[in-house]
Write a protein that binds this ligand. Structure first.
Ligand code: 13P
Ligand code: SF4
Length: 318
């Protein structure tokens, strides 16, 4: 196997900024990216904000530092732009849990239902859906659906159950989950709360109900950052991917943040970083801009159908 030739003296950040100017590119990053990528990005946000930025950018190239479904959404919403993703293998366990063929059969089994689908899914599943939601607009969008309209919700059963509790709406749920949020250790959470009794527990709604029960605030990644910013000086136990703590520290510099370890299959505690998000590195970001590859491509028919569902999300979240 050929060894990857990498010059350790290269000024990666400097070259990335130069390439950005040459390509007339914009670098968008999710909060779960490595700190050094977040610091270089033009914009760091949650999945709804990133979709909006991608839809409205004037840049020729969108360099998407996040996972593949997010980069696909950027390409679908702004189809004339070239969208680059540093590592094409940056998938998502929720996307994997919902294969398009099985989702199509699930839809067929519920012909009178509207399909409201979490953005964490493939372009094909988006094309089979009526409305896409993210964790920051799902409650509002579900509340806007007439009360007599039955709903199927995919792929995250924990987010789905959270939304059922919040809105009081019955929904038929696809049984997917996120490997990061599902595996936080309740025992480690309790230990942290015992050690830091004044800490606010803040949680992403992809967590199971058994963890959300402890939370003082539940919301999307941006909502969790806003909550921490409003309580600068306090302590926080963070039930989401720890990449988010970088922006929390910048926005609430007088606060202390504690991330919760996961309990892995061997029974020992381990870190809770997203193995997909963290496939992107500064080196791969540099390489993808230099080679202008890998490029995200979505077949035209799929993209057209998926765009309808994404556009409905943008209309309904105004
Ligand atoms: P947000 O929309 O809150 O950024 O969440 C995206 C995600 O993948 C959470 O795991
Ligand atoms: Fe997917 Fe979970 Fe990673 Fe978010 S944290 S990208 S839901 S695997």
């Amino acid at each position: 196997m050929a060894l990857h030739k990498f010059d350790p003296y290269i000024d990666l950040e400097g070259e990335i900024l130069q390439l950005k100017n040459q390509l007339n590119a914009v670098i968008l990053a999710h909060y779960y990216q490595d700190t050094e990528i977040q610091d270089l990005a033009d914009f760091v946000g949650d999945s709804l904000e990133l979709s909006k930025r991608a839809a409205s950018t004037n840049a020729d190239v969108i360099v998407f530092c996040g996972v593949k479904f997010m980069a696909e959404a950027a390409s679908i919403l702004n189809p004339t732009k070239k969208v680059l993703l540093p590592d094409l293998a940056a998938g998502c366990s929720l996307e994997d849990s919902c294969p398009p063929k099985e989702f199509a059969a699930f839809r067929d089994k519920h012909p009178n239902h509207i399909a409201i689908t979490y953005i964490n899914c493939s372009a094909e599943v988006k094309a089979l859906s009526d409305i896409i939601v993210t964790s920051s607009n799902a409650e509002k969008i579900i509340n806007s659906i007439p009360a007599d309209q039955p709903i199927i919700f995919a792929p995250d059963r924990h987010l789905g159950n959270y939304l059922i509790r919040k809105t009081g709406r019955e929904m038929t749920l696809w049984q997917g989950s996120c490997i990061v949020h599902e595996n936080f250790s309740e025992r480690e959470l309790i230990k942290l709360k015992t050690n830091y009794p004044k800490a606010h527990i803040i949680a992403h709604p992809e967590c199971p109900a058994s963890l959300i029960e402890y939370a003082d605030h539940v919301g999307s990644t941006s909502s969790l950052i806003n909550y921490a910013t409003q309580h600068d000086g306090d302590e926080f136990i963070v039930l989401t991917e720890p990449g988010i703590i970088h922006q929390m520290q910048l926005n609430a510099p007088n606060s202390k943040f504690y991330d919760v370890p996961s309990l892995n299959k061997a029974g020992c505690t381990s870190c809770s970083t997203c193995p997909y998000m963290r496939l992107n590195t500064l080196e791969k970001l540099h390489a993808c801009m230099k080679k202008q590859s890998p490029v995200i491509t979505v077949p035209a028919e799929t993209a057209q159908k998926a765009k309808k569902a994404l556009d409905r999300m943008l209309e309904l979240s105004l």
